[in-house]
Design a protein around this ligand. Structure first.
Ligand code: B12
Ligand code: SF4
Ligand code: SF4
Length: 364
């Protein structure tokens, strides 16, 4: 089955199978020796045992021995990541927002307005495609291997913006601080939307850091928020890749958005800046590969994540170096329009991007 993008020049295809959350890098890394999930996982995936054990033995993220550890940023990032688990949504705020829903205005419009008011920079709605739901839980031992049953038909998906200046210091600790800050924001927004929808009498589940039942980038693509880049994450209009994603699935009826083109797929064919500048060469420098039946860019996840453990941060160079991730201002938005509608200028634009910002990543 094919989804046709709005300008009918691009298509996205649906994979032929679901992903098991147990196979994702963070899930693999939480497995602990001498536990049932560990024994089960590596008896079914023996080829991964040696390399995973090696990465697991590296110092943890945000550890003082990490190359870019910073006593201020790293410690504040740690606190923010921890506090995501204890986010509490005040009923008074929920009630205030619930009052905005009246018969005269479309529910989707009100929900989107609330998401923006809460701090998202873009919001889209789409149907929930089964192939983007994980098949089994994997991030925690207590529900390891549980089959995911998610009967919601719809999903509201939103983006939060990572500060451009902080991103320019990637892979230093100020970028992981910014990640933690925006993952916290995304969790807060998704949990607030979840509470509002529940109050309206519908089912809802917030999907946020470590608590995802969905692969978010394709859902965001389907909801019209951008395109997948060579850096293997979402490239959104106006913000490029410096946009963490949050989502809420629900049975509340929603009006759907259509996928869009930002011109990234064509531009990425020429550019390759993310792949060239990735310190561990984790990104595809050549063409796309077939993954679960679709042609797409890939990431060598072991290379990427083991570097994080050495740096003590979440790197982020591939987000920061991307020409689409420049500031959201009139000048760069004009260039974004040219890339979107006049791909004939891609080569010259890339030439000037190299000239102004450099071909090689420079930590600011
Ligand atoms: C595990 C994980 C990682 C792992 C593994 C990455 C991977 N490719 O699997 C590691 C540690 C390496 C990692 C690194 C990073 N991550 Co990460 N990661 C995740 C997580 C939790 C799960 C992803 C997953 O299920 N992967 C397994 C399979 C699906 O991976 P895959 O086949 O390579 O598919 C990838 C893409 O091709 C796309 N995709 C999959 N199927 C399809 C189908 C279609 C049609 C399309 C269009 C796309 C698509 O989605 C996958 C993730 O990008 C998601 C959160 C989430 N629930 O989505 C965040 C997430 C993808 N990460 C994110 C980010 C930002 C990063 C980093 C930049 C780190 C940072 N500083 O923040 C790097 C970038 C690495 C890179 N260039 O690929 C963001 C991306 C935001 C965006 N703009 O898209 C997410 C969505 C978290 C969030 N809430 O915002 N990550
Ligand atoms: S986060 Fe860093 S190591 Fe990982 S793919 Fe991006 S540039 Fe490469
Ligand atoms: S850096 Fe270049 S190749 Fe990589 S995602 Fe951005 S535009 Fe595409």
């Amino acid at each position: 089955m094919k989804l046709i993008l709005k300008n009918k020049t691009e298509r996205i295809s649906l994979p032929n199978q679901q992903v098991d959350e147990r196979d994702t890098m963070f899930a693999r890394m939480v497995r602990k020796l001498k536990t049932k999930p560990y024994d089960h996982y590596y008896s079914t995936n023996p080829s991964l045992k040696k390399k995973d054990d090696h990465i697991r033995n590296l110092p943890p993220l945000l550890h003082p021995t990490g190359k870019y550890y910073d006593s201020d940023c790293s410690e504040r990032a740690k606190q923010l990541f921890d506090s995501i688990e204890s986010i509490f949504i005040d009923n008074k705020i929920v009630d205030k927002y619930v009052k905005l829903f009246t018969n005269d205005i479309s529910t989707t419009k009100v929900l989107k307005k609330i998401a923006i008011e809460l701090g998202s920079v873009a919001v889209g709605c789409t149907y929930l495609e089964e192939k983007f739901i994980y098949s089994h839980k994997g991030r925690f031992d207590y529900n390891y291997g549980n089959k995911i049953i998610l009967n919601h038909q719809n999903v509201i998906v939103f983006l939060v913006e990572m500060d451009h200046t902080r991103m320019q210091s990637a892979p230093k600790a100020s970028t992981i601080f910014e990640s933690a800050k925006q993952y916290y924001e995304a969790a807060l927004i998704s949990k607030t939307l979840e509470a509002i929808i529940l109050k309206l009498g519908y089912e809802a589940i917030a999907h946020y850091d470590a608590h995802y039942d969905l692969i978010l980038p394709p859902v965001a693509v389907q909801a019209g928020l951008g395109e997948l880049g060579r850096n293997n994450i979402l490239i959104a209009d106006k913000y490029g890749s410096r946009v963490p994603i949050g989502a809420v699935t629900t049975n509340l009826p929603l009006e759907y958005d259509n996928p869009i083109s930002v011109g990234a797929d064509r531009f990425c064919d020429l550019c390759k800046k993310c792949a060239i500048n990735c310190p561990t060469k984790a990104l595809s420098i050549n063409g796309k590969s077939s993954v679960r039946g679709i042609e797409k860019w890939t990431t060598n996840v072991e290379n990427c994540y083991s570097l994080w453990r050495k740096y003590g941060t979440d790197c982020g160079i591939c987000m920061a170096v991307c020409p689409f991730s420049h500031r959201n201002n009139w000048f760069h938005n004009l260039i974004r329009k040219v890339v979107k509608f006049l791909p004939i200028f891609n080569k010259i634009l890339l030439f000037f991007d190299d000239l102004l910002y450099g071909k090689k990543w420079r930590i600011k």
